[in-house]
Each structure stands twice: as C-alpha cells, then as structure tokens.
Design a protein around this ligand. Structure first.
Ligand SMILES: Nc1ncnc2c1ncn2[C@@H]1O[C@H](COP(=O)(O)OP(=O)(O)O)[C@@H](O)[C@H]1O
Ligand SMILES: [Mg+2]
Length: 445
C-alpha cells in the first residue's frame, strides 16, 4: 500500500500548483507562481514543501486561514488528524496524516539497522526521508525534555533510549514519578547506578547521588569518567518537592561540562513546571515532542511556536529538536524480548543512601574549584571565541600560572558555559558543529 504514497503526493502537488497559478490560493485572487514543490512521504504523514519566493507570506496566510479550510480541500486521500501549515526555512510546508493503510506506525530499532556508536548516542527513529535519526547528548544538547500527552509514546521512547544508552557504556540513574510503570525492570540493564527510584524519598536520594558525582568531577578536574544520564519519567509528579526541583535545576545548569546529563519526561509540559524556572528551560535544549494536548503544551514541548506538536498523530509520531534543527520522526521502539534479553545485571548500589539535605554539596559547584580571576579570564576568552592555547597564554600573562591540559580544558568549558548563561538564551548560540555529526547510514542531529 505504501507504494501509493508517491502518486498521491504528486497529485497533491499538481493540484496546489494549478490552483496557485489560477489565483485560487491568495485572498486577492492574484496568481502565485510556485517555483518548486518538494514531495515528502514520511512514515506518518505526507508533506509538500512549496517554494513561493516573495509570495510565501501570502500563500501561508491563505493555506492556514480558517483552520486550514482551503488546505483540507486539496489533500487527495482521507487524511487523519489535523493538516499542518507552517514555514520551514524559506518554504511553506503542508503536512497531512496518512490513514492506517498508508502509514508506517511500527518501526523497530532493529529494523532500522543503523548502529550508533559512542557514549550518549541512540537511534531515535525514522525521519521523513526514511532515514535513521541518531540523537546524542552533546554540548549543544546535553539534556532532553520528552513531552507528550498520555499514550503519545513517552515510555516507549524512554525505554528504547535507556536500553540503548546502557549498551554504550553510559551510567544511568532511573527515576519514575508514577510508581515505576514506565521504566519498570530497566534497573537490571548493565551500567545502572542504583535501583529504580519510585517515590519522593528515593528520587531525592538518587538525584543527590548525581549532584555529588557532578561536584566530585568538578573538584577533581575529572573529564575521563563515563557519562552519567539521569532519567526522570513523569517528572510532573515530583516537582512539588523543592529539593528535587533544585537538584534538577543544578544538574541542568552545571552538568554539561561534568558529563552529567538529565532526561526529563512529562505528560504536562506547562509553563508553570518549566517556563517559570528559566534555568531548566534554557539548559534543556534537546527536545522530543510527542503529541501534546494543546498549543500551550506544544510551545513548551518544542521550545518555540512552530511546528505544532498538538497536531501530531500519537503513538510515536514526534518532532525531534536540537538547537537549529527540527525533524519529524517516527520513534523506533525496542521489542520487549529484545529488552528482556539485556536485563542481566544488578545496580551497582543496592539501595540508595538516605537523603540528607546537608549531605548535598552546595554552592556554585562549577566555580568551586577555581578562583574568580581564573573564571574571569576564561569568560573573556569564551566571549572572544578563542580556544585552549589562547586561554593558557591569557592565564599565564595574568599571573595565574600555567594550567595542565585537563585543567585548561575544564576552564575553557566553564568559560563557555558561563557565557551561555549570560547570553540567557542558548538557541542562537552556535558552538561549532559539535551537536551535528554526519554519518553515511544515519542522519545525526
Ligand atoms: N514508537 C512507537 N511505535 C509504535 N507504537 C507506539 C510507539 N509509542 C507508543 N506506541 C503505542 O502507544 C502505546 C502507549 O505508549 P506509551 O509509551 O506507554 O505512552 P505514554 O508513556 O506517553 O503514556 C504503546 O503501548 C504502543 O501501543
Ligand atoms: Mg508513560
């Protein structure tokens, strides 16, 4: 059946093109000439990319007006859900969901047959061009928010991600705000630090362990350790607890340079939960937005006004977002028996130590091991866009001694981190090509 998709897309493109030329797609009935139309057969929806040049605005307005009334008339199949109309780059983009016969809903990690390598990498799913999408925890996107309404596919997505990361040698801390339903049994994967935390007390203890590990790494200047990934499913159940919120905030703000990442999953991505705390919003730059309940949730989930995750179709239909890139992805699931086969281990720590507020190292941990003058030089260096050699020179000439490679690297990262924090908004800060690798067999974001 999916062979029928391309002819349908061609038919759609032809009718839109004709209508535009006849002036049917502008409110003033003036002709719009569309220079080029790209057709895209995604797993869950078909899409057209319309290059209308200077007429893009007029075309967008007409196609999006009155709940996409006009757009709906041109789709040559019985589409499911809500058609989407938005700008992507300089193209006007329209999308309409395939019905069950035309959709590819079940895509497994195994069948995608791409093997991401290296710490923090996982195969997220299939993009609209049929290619595997590999996401990774990087300087550009050290932390992720996974948002979607109940049944949208958060747990399926998390289970696949956690299982894959455990195979890459990453160390995982698992927390589940809803009695451990979503992450159940995954604490028997290799590389798991402690038992799955399923209540406020153990969640505090698990987070305290991660904060202490982060501080230790800063103090010892240790960059060589394995990546620690803290995964919190149903985080909305835990944010009533001030200690938990504060520890999440600290990991999000300071974890990057210590290779401590946090993955937050929630069915209620509200401005209240995340927007008020600008620090979490700013630092959690990676997003997987599954279908959300409404436009407000979409804005928080995606981190910007478009595309609209409330128009997604559920069951793994998602937008993957890293700064500067958005892709529609059908999330790949891992078969249950495939996961079961890997549940061969026991957590390193048998029981989380009792939480003790005084036991959590406080203060500005990232700065703790350095003096103010060193940080100031590092910050200036970051602002000037210089690398490590320039930083070493600047520290020497400021009479601060000649740091070793490790320490200099750390100061370099800290300087950049502080700069980001000052700029207040990570989205328009582009740090080289760090977050976007390319591979032959996969599309890395
Ligand atoms: N990536 C996916 N591929 C195929 N089916 C999925 C996918 N994600 C979710 N589903 C379907 O939707 C159901 C609910 O998914 P789940 O992850 O439990 O949702 P949530 O945790 O968001 O409430 C699953 O049992 C499965 O049937
Ligand atoms: Mg769930």
């Amino acid at each position: 059946m999916i062979d029928q998709r391309q002819p349908l897309l061609n038919q759609w493109a032809t009718s839109i093109d004709k209508a535009a030329r006849m002036g049917a797609l502008s409110s003033d009935t003036k002709a719009i000439s569309i220079r080029e139309i790209g057709t895209i057969a995604g797993p869950r929806a078909g899409a057209l990319e319309l290059d209308a040049g200077f007429d893009a605005g007029r075309l967008l307005r007409t196609l999006a007006a009155d709940d996409m009334a006009l757009t709906r008339q041109f789709v040559p199949w019985v589409f499911v859900g809500q058609p989407a109309v938005y700008m992507q780059g300089r193209f006007v983009r329209i999308e309409a969901g395939w019905d069950d016969a035309l959709a590819q809903k079940m895509i497994s990690v195994k069948q995608l047959n791409a093997r991401p390598n290296g710490s923090g990498h996982w195969l997220a799913g299939m993009n609209e061009r049929g290619r595997a999408v590999v996401l990774h925890l990087s300087d550009l996107a050290p932390h992720f928010l996974i948002a979607g309404t109940t049944g949208s596919g958060k747990s399926v997505c998390l289970r696949s991600m956690v299982t894959q990361l455990s195979q890459r040698g990453d160390r995982l801390v698992l927390i589940d705000g809803k009695f451990g339903e979503g992450l159940r049994n995954l604490d028997r994967l290799p590389g798991i630090v402690g038992p799955l935390a399923v209540n406020i007390d153990t969640a505090r203890s698990a987070l305290a362990w991660a904060v202490a590990e982060m501080v230790k790494r800063y103090e010892q200047g240790d960059t060589a350790g394995a990546r620690v990934v803290v995964v919190v499913d149903e985080v909305q159940e835990l944010i009533g607890d001030a200690a938990i919120v504060e520890m999440i905030r600290r990991i999000a703000a300071q974890g990057r340079a210590a290779l401590v990442s946090i993955i937050l999953a929630t069915q209620h991505p509200t401005a209240k939960a995340f927007g008020d705390d600008a620090s979490i919003k700013r630092n959690v730059t990676g997003r997987i937005a599954l279908r959300t309940a409404d436009y407000k949730a979409s804005e928080v989930a995606i981190g910007q006004a478009t595309p609209r995750s409330d128009w997604l179709l559920g069951a793994g239909d998602a937008y993957a977002v890293v700064p500067g890139q958005v892709q529609r992805v059908q999330i790949a699931y891992m078969e249950r028996r495939e996961i079961d086969r890997l549940l061969t281990s026991t957590p390193t720590i048998a029981a989380w130590p009792e939480y003790n507020a005084e036991g959590v190292p406080s203060g500005n941990t990232s700065a703790a091991a350095y003096n103010g003058a060193e940080l100031a030089v590092s910050l200036t260096n970051a602002y000037q866009g210089h690398g490590r050699p320039a930083l070493v020179k600047a520290l020497e000439s400021a009479g601060l001694g000649k740091p070793g490679v490790e320490r200099a690297m750390r100061l370099l990262k800290l300087g950049r981190e502080q700069l980001d924090a000052l700029r207040g908004d990570g989205w328009d800060v582009c740090l080289s090509a760090d977050g976007i690798d390319t591979a032959d067999d996969a599309n890395e974001m």
